[in-house]
Design a binder for this molecule. Structure first.
Ligand SMILES: [Zn+2]
Length: 233
């Protein structure tokens, strides 16, 4: 894929966020990485979506050095870079403050698997990071946010490709995928699952998660060697 193609994909993914109702004002961003060159394309900071164009996108290397672009990159850039460095299979990251996912993050609760919609995309609960310590918010805050996500996945032996989403405590969701379209898809699905789970818990406060066999069945219908959902590529 050329860097121009990556620009276009990342721009379109950013523009898809408000279309899917995941964005208020400028809250959110999508980035993508070209693994061959190690270059990351990301939305500029604070840019209204309605005026966003490919020429505004910023290109950085994995150390955060700006390679091209005249705009300042998203303020969350260091979180994205930390995830790219530690999750080598991901190709794109989406961050939003979408309402229902953020409700769970603010409530300090991971998102349990309560139905097959969730199981179709996430092979387990969407985990919640620990709260950051004061020294982590006062210095390199965005990088420390990324490190807290990586720590959560490593300590719990979670595969970021099997659970391509996280809730950052008191903050909101990050999702990712092999490309920008998939990262946005996971943001949309997460939001829908968070809304449904909130209401399911309201109707039945004692609701247990779905059984492992049902989670497994639904996840494997769509993922892995035995997947049979949809059409053959
Ligand atoms: Zn945020």
């Amino acid at each position: 894929m050329t860097i121009d193609h990556l620009f276009q994909q990342t721009l379109e993914a950013n523009l898809a966020l408000p279309r899917h109702g995941l964005i208020t004002f400028t809250w959110g961003n999508v980035s993508s990485i070209d693994r061959g060159s190690g270059l990351v394309v990301i939305k500029p900071s604070g840019m209204p979506y309605e005026s966003l164009q490919a020429c505004h996108m910023v290109v950085l290397d994995l150390d955060g050095k700006i390679i091209s672009g005249t705009c300042r990159p998203s303020s969350d850039t260091a979180t994205h870079l930390a995830l790219y460095r530690c999750f080598p299979e991901i190709g794109s990251i989406t961050h939003t403050h979408s309402r229902w996912a953020t409700v769970w993050a603010q409530a300090g609760r991971e998102l349990p698997v309560l139905g097959t919609t969730h199981a179709d995309y996430f092979n387990g609960p969407v985990p919640l990071t620990r709260r950051l310590r004061e020294e982590e918010t006062s210095s390199d805050y965005e990088q420390k946010t990324g490190e807290a996500i990586v720590e959560l996945f490593q300590q719990n032996k979670l595969n970021p490709m099997a659970v391509p989403a996280v809730l950052v405590a008191s903050h909101g969701p990050f999702t990712w995928g092999r490309d920008a379209a998939e990262a946005v898809l996971h943001a949309v699905v997460l939001e829908e699952c968070a809304m449904m789970a909130f209401h399911a818990c309201q109707l039945n406060p004692q609701l247990p998660p779905i059984e492992d066999h049902l989670l497994d069945r639904h996840y494997r219908r769509k993922h892995g060697a035995s997947a049979y959902y949809g059409q053959k590529p």
